[in-house]
Design a protein around this ligand. Structure first.
Ligand SMILES: C[S@@+](CC[C@H](N)C(=O)[O-])C[C@H]1O[C@@H](n2cnc3c(N)ncnc32)[C@H](O)[C@@H]1O
Length: 202
């Protein structure tokens, strides 16, 4: 499996971008160890009864944290069957109860109805999407009016050495920010510990 990210225009088979087979499963374990998203959870500010969609959940680090919020419904899409298996493993009971719903899908084809979610969140995958604007149109479509889409990428005030190397140039952050600005009513930028975050209100 390969993908061609809009940021490079070159196909990649990196196990972090297209986690497949053994390499993908190992990449998943590493992401689970390295990508801790507690401060992102605060910024998401999830209220009682809200419905959340995570785009590109990978091994499911954020899905685990979302379970401890008052969200009624925690949904996710990711194109990798390996990541679906890894992310779903700890949530058997919540999946059976219908509170957690993890599916195969992509940023530009989530498969969910219009205005379905109070929050839509993407962590460390916007730069991998093949088509930025198709992805932004789709996350806007599934965010309810007044709801928020939150897009995060490696960066922040105290990034690890790896995250520093993966941080995006300002010009690329600006393209994402402008793309959000064309669709949403208000976009704000936040620097968390290891993430640069764009938060957009529909
Ligand atoms: C670097 S991992 C990040 C995973 C997780 N969000 C985290 O922070 O640990 C990137 C993830 O994005 C997924 N991905 C790749 N292309 C995608 C797309 N077009 N839409 C949504 N997710 C995608 C990959 O399958 C992978 O699970």
């Amino acid at each position: 499996m390969s993908t061609t990210p809009w940021t490079t225009g070159k196909p990649t088979r990196s196990p972090f971008a297209t986690p497949t087979g053994l390499a993908g499963r190992l990449a998943g374990r590493l992401m689970l160890r390295l990508n801790r998203h507690q401060d992102l959870l605060q910024l998401l500010d999830i209220q009682d009864g809200e419905r959340i969609l995570e785009v590109g959940y990978g091994p499911g680090g954020l899905i685990r944290l979302l379970q401890w919020t008052h969200a009624t419904s925690i949904c996710g899409v990711d194109p990798s069957p390996e990541m679906l298996a890894q992310a779903a493993r700890p949530h058997g009971a919540a999946i059976a109860a219908g509170r957690v719903d993890l599916r195969l899908g992509t940023a530009d084809r989530t498969g969910f109805p219009d205005a379905e979610f109070d929050r839509v969140v993407s962590v460390n995958n916007v730069a991998i999407w093949p088509d930025l604007h198709a992805g932004l149109r789709e996350v806007h479509r599934v965010t309810r009016p007044g709801g928020r889409t939150v897009i995060a990428w490696h960066g922040g005030t105290r990034p690890s050495r790896i995250a520093r190397r993966l941080a995006l140039p300002e010009s690329v952050i600006a393209q994402i920010e402008n793309g959000l600005g064309d669709l949403f009513t208000r976009v704000t930028r936040h620097e968390l510990t290891a993430l640069t975050v764009l938060s957009a209100v529909r």
